[in-house]
Design a protein around this ligand. Sequence first.
Ligand code: ADP
Length: 265
Amino acid sequence: SDINAELRAEVDLRRVTEQQLRQAKGEAEAANAAKNRFLALASHDILQPLNAARLFAAALEQGDPARRPAILGQLDNSLKATEELISTLLEIARLDEGKVEPDNRPVALQPLLQQLDDEFSLLAERQGLKLKVRAAPWTVNSNPTYLRRILQNLISNAIKYTAQGKVLVGCRRRGRSVVLEVWDTGPGIPPADLERIFEDFYRVDATARGRQGIGLGLGVVQRMANSLGHALSVASTPGKGSVFRLSVPLADAAASTASVVPTTA
Ligand code: ADP
């Protein structure tokens, strides 16, 4: 019976291994299918502006010379769109490889938010929106390039999807972190879509139609937040608006304030 027990153990072990193998195979196949899908969607989205560029080039050759400057402008836009998309795809590949060093360091929020305010206020104004960026007297531990890119994407979405009202960039301290918030009074996101908007190429039909974009922005935002170790969340009420939140740790107090602020136990 000892031998029997041993045999049974061996059989169990083999079953476990087979199960694991099957599971691993299933996962590999799923990952492969996801990659193929990504490649197909990416190619489709690259072809669109490229095809447009070809049409503009043909129009340059055959069309009315007086219209050339306008057509050249459109050609340039199409090429820029292609370039931007390919840069985004390369960035996603880099982030997914996991080779990106987050390289977190102290970042003063105020100048960063001021720059974002300057960068987006005209765009908001042209759309008849009010952009308000609140003051933020804190220094956080983050990567300035990624932090800027994350906020740029969130603010540009808030402006793009909000037809009227305002976009507010706020910021408050919560314990040892600062929560950065981008609020808008836009169309909101239905609950069923809310968990999917971070997926690559996912767009909410009803609101995204007619607005430029291919559905990669929030995927990039999510990847960058992950690589920095910052928590990202979203809350939304259809018909009222949305708020995206990013929680960023305060910079080391010992380095920035300990010499100024005396601590009491
Ligand atoms: P894109 O803007 O290129 O479509 P994103 O990945 O940035 O791609 O966003 C995915 C989708 O999430 C958008 O297509 C839109 O449907 C929805 N979305 C994102 N931000 C907002 C927002 N502030 N308000 C309403 N919907 C939004």
